[in-house]
Write a protein that binds this ligand. Structure first.
Ligand SMILES: [Fe+2]
Length: 316
């Protein structure tokens, strides 16, 4: 590890205990959160770890509710290394509630997406945390929230989630056990690396090479109960659990402007493919908006084409 890596091991000031999800809150390591929002990774503290909804029995019951909607859950093995291809790691071996009983026997990672759809406690939790984030940021102004959802992660000891980036702004909370979370600011990814992701509407995860990241820009968060981090959109990250099982929770959001930026990048991808170097998003906001609007018309067609291809696949 390079000596210039920024290591975060403190959670900051403790929060008042939450006895119900509606009392949950985040606290940011610096009062300048509003200035660094969606630019730099930042340590957070939270008071979620003692909530009943994160007890093993509650989570196992929650996992059973996913039997009717298997696409909302993801069970995977540990990746062999941080740089492994995300989709090449074996997955789908068990239903999530079954994998949760096997965590001691094999290195599994269980992801329960959008628990707020299945449980009122998790609905209250995401609403409380969004209020906490919005207050710390000083509101979102006219920037409309177009997606707000959460995930629960239950993992065996000694598992690795390989490096990737997500097209959303994240707030990660370690509930139980320990995790080492490696994250780079989005400025450490080139535009050429980001752009293809935004034209592939069927892809949920952005792939990047860990060896092309600048070690001097790496943030390492040593997470345990009560600690967390803010992860900007498109920030490459990879995660390791330590010697015990781990429970984590994350809230992600997209705003109209973060989504529009994705459409601008999709447009730039086509310009770059035509041999012209596009201007970086943010340098010419009026041009960015024109590009995003143009992609509004193009992307739905691509999405439809993708759906048709996926529908035909396997039908021979
Ligand atoms: Fe991620």
């Amino acid at each position: 590890m390079a000596s210039s890596t920024t290591v975060h091991s403190q959670a900051g000031l403790p929060l008042p205990k939450a006895s119900a999800p509606r009392e949950a809150a985040l606290r940011f390591a610096t009062p300048s959160f509003a200035e660094t929002f969606n630019i730099e990774p930042l340590a957070t503290a939270h008071n979620l770890s003692d909530l009943e909804i994160f007890s093993y029995d509650y989570l196992r019951n929650l996992a059973e509710k996913y039997l009717a909607n298997p696409a909302d859950a993801f069970v995977a093995s540990s990746a062999p290394s941080a740089n492994a291809d995300f989709n090449s790691v074996p997955h789908g071996q068990h239903a999530p509630h079954v994998a949760m009983t096997l965590l001691d026997q094999a290195p599994y990672r269980v992801l329960l997406k959008r628990p707020e759809k299945y449980d009122t406690g998790f609905r209250e939790l995401i609403d409380a945390l969004f209020a906490s984030i919005s207050e710390a940021k000083g509101g979102f102004g006219g920037d409309k929230i177009v997606r707000l959802e959460s995930s629960v992660f239950v993992s065996s000891a000694k598992t690795t989630t390989p490096i990737h980036f997500d097209p959303e702004v994240g707030f990660f909370c370690q509930i139980a056990g320990e995790k080492i979370y490696h994250v780079y600011p989005p400025a450490n990814v080139t535009e050429a690396e980001l752009e293809p992701f935004y034209i592939k509407s069927s892809v949920e995860i952005g792939k990047v090479d860990v060896n092309r990241r600048d070690p001097a820009r790496e943030h390492v968060f040593q997470l345990s109960a009560g600690k967390g981090l803010h992860q900007p959109q498109n920030a490459p990250h990879w995660v390791e659990t330590c010697s015990s099982q781990s429970i984590s929770y994350s809230v992600v959001l997209e705003t109209e402007s973060t989504r529009s930026l994705g459409r601008t990048r999709a447009f730039n991808h086509y310009i770059r493919r035509a041999g012209i170097a596009p201007s970086e998003p943010g340098k010419h906001p009026a041009a960015d908006a024109l590009k995003a609007n143009a992609m509004n018309a193009i992307l739905p067609m691509r999405k439809l084409a993708g759906k048709v291809v996926r529908g035909v696949k396997g039908q021979h």
